[in-house]
Structures are given as C-alpha cells and as structure tokens.
Design a protein around this ligand. Structure first.
Ligand SMILES: [Cu+2]
Length: 151
C-alpha cells in the first residue's frame, strides 16, 4: 500500500510538471476598414514559471512586417516605439492593451473583418512557441490608434 501511495504521488507530480508554463488569454486583433495597412493585436501572457520570460517575436502571414510596440508619453503626446522584447515576470502576468504594449502589423495583405480569426505564433526566450488563434474584433480607437505613423 505504501508503494502504491508513492506511485500515485509520483504520477501527480509528473502530471503537474506538464502544466503549461505560459498561458495566453484575452487575445484579439483590431478590425480594420478596407485597404487599411496597419492593425494591432492585444493579449495577456501569464508566466507560471519561477523565471522571468520575454516575448521576443511574433509571426504571422497576414502582414509584411510584425513588430512589438509600446506607447510612450513624449511631451504630452502618445507615441509608439518599437521594443525588442516584452518581459513577463516570474509567476505574474503582462497585458498588451490599447495605449500600452501591442503587436503591430504593418503592411496588411487583407483587411481584417470582425468574425474572422488569425493565427499568431508567439516566440519566447525560454524556447517556447505558442500558436494563438486570435479573433478579429472592433476596438474603439479612443486615442486614434489608426493614425499612428511609422518611420
Ligand atoms: Cu504600434
């Protein structure tokens, strides 16, 4: 009986170690008017590990270029800046949201219509790659995201 208990414990432990290290939730990408060239995607990344993890790249075939951006306040103006990575601290979550971090799509091949969804591949510096099916949603551009310029 003791041996069986030991076995069960070992089994539970090994199942636990298969729990996903990173979880993506609340993912969505902004619907665009016809012929729009840019869009942005947002999601929350939860890091279930004891180490900081960085999002280092996003890949998809919907746009010519995909960058990781943040918004910074420069002399009272919100401006977008490209960043190399977004850190998700150990055992915590980081949210990409309008007015902050976002994934920027530049040179959209097609407009994005509500009801569609697109596959995004997220790459992390711990070697994890996560494919995220991301629904297209209308996001009110309260701060005129669509007018952001890229250099
Ligand atoms: Cu941007």
């Amino acid at each position: 009986m003791k041996q069986l208990t030991f076995l069960i414990c070992t089994l539970l432990l090994s199942i636990n170690s298969f729990a996903s290290e990173l979880d993506i939730s609340e993912q969505h990408i902004r619907a665009t008017p016809p012929h729009a060239k840019n869009s942005a995607a947002f999601f929350t990344i939860t890091n279930n590990t004891n180490k900081n993890v960085n999002l280092v790249a996003v890949q998809s075939d919907i746009a010519e270029q995909i960058q990781i951006h943040t918004n910074i306040n420069e002399d009272g103006l919100m401006k977008m800046r490209q960043v190399d990575t977004i850190m998700i601290k150990a055992n915590s979550s980081t949210s990409l949201q309008p007015g902050g971090y976002h994934v920027m799509f530049i040179g959209l091949k097609n407009s994005l219509t509500e009801g569609q969804s697109v596959d995004l591949m997220l790459y992390f510096d711990n070697g994890e790659q996560i494919k995220v099916n991301t629904p297209v949603q209308k996001i009110n551009p309260s701060h005129k995201m669509s007018e952001h310029k890229h250099h």
